[in-house]
Write a protein of this length. Structure first.
Length: 231
């Protein structure tokens, strides 16, 4: 029997924890719960879950601070929840290392779909199929190793999240092609609908990481979307 993936739900609202926990349990996951960021961080230190569902606004330690602490040592996927449909929260959450974002109120069914999609991408990075070809995608100084799931600019390694790696790989597989945001959503998020702003946040994060390494990898195509910046 396959072991169920463990998901940590961190939220100060006991009713929401119950609803989310029930939906994810029904979907076949093992659920752990924490009431705030400090309690959630203690759980992560004892046992790193497969994914964290993390509320932003909480007492003691909020979700953004917990995310910062988790990212110091772990790269497990994080799906943010917030009662504020605020662009600052959205960008900050994703740029801290979040993999997805939902605004309350949300459908438990949508949350389950988002969690499954993020976990699929995470597992693909952790365990690429052994029979698949192992190309190194390269364009100029940019290199992605699809077997090792690592990225470089020249000899400088750039650490990407699961979603960022998939987004950049989609651009690198079709250099010169201008992708609409909808096309990138389809390639990165599969059957889950996300907003344009979510894609834009991931692009900003990728740009910043490569800028720190001295590179420019994504070009904006005004009125359309994005393409690889390397000619």
């Amino acid at each position: 029997m396959t072991e169920r993936a463990s998901i940590l739900v961190v939220d100060d609202d006991p009713h929401l924890r119950e609803v989310v926990g029930f939906a994810l349990t029904q979907a076949g996951f093992h659920i752990e719960q924490a009431r705030d960021g400090r309690e959630g961080l203690e759980f992560v230190r004892r046992s790193v879950p497969a994914l964290i569902v993390l509320d932003i606004m909480m007492p003691e330690m909020d979700g953004l601070e917990m995310c910062r602490e988790v990212r110091r040592a772990h790269d497990c996927p994080i799906v943010f929840l917030s009662s504020r449909d605020d662009e600052v929260d959205r960008i900050l959450g994703l740029e801290l290392g979040g993999d997805d974002y939902l605004t309350k109120p949300f459908s438990p069914r949508e949350l389950v779909a988002r969690v499954k999609a993020v976990l699929r991408r995470s597992r693909a990075l952790a365990s690429p199929p052994p029979a698949a070809p192992s190309p190194v995608l390269q364009r100029g100084p940019l290199r992605l190793d699809m077997d090792l799931w690592r990225a470089w600019w020249n000899e400088h390694e750039v650490v990407l999240t699961v979603t960022e790696f998939h987004l950049l790989a989609a651009l690198l597989r079709a250099p010169g092609k201008a992708f609409t945001r909808d096309e990138l959503m389809t390639r990165v998020y599969e059957d889950v609908v996300v907003s344009d702003r979510t894609i834009d946040s991931h692009v900003r994060h990728i740009r910043r990481k490569f800028a720190d390494a001295g590179g420019e990898v994504i070009q904006t195509v005004h009125g359309l979307g994005y393409r690889l910046a390397i000619p």
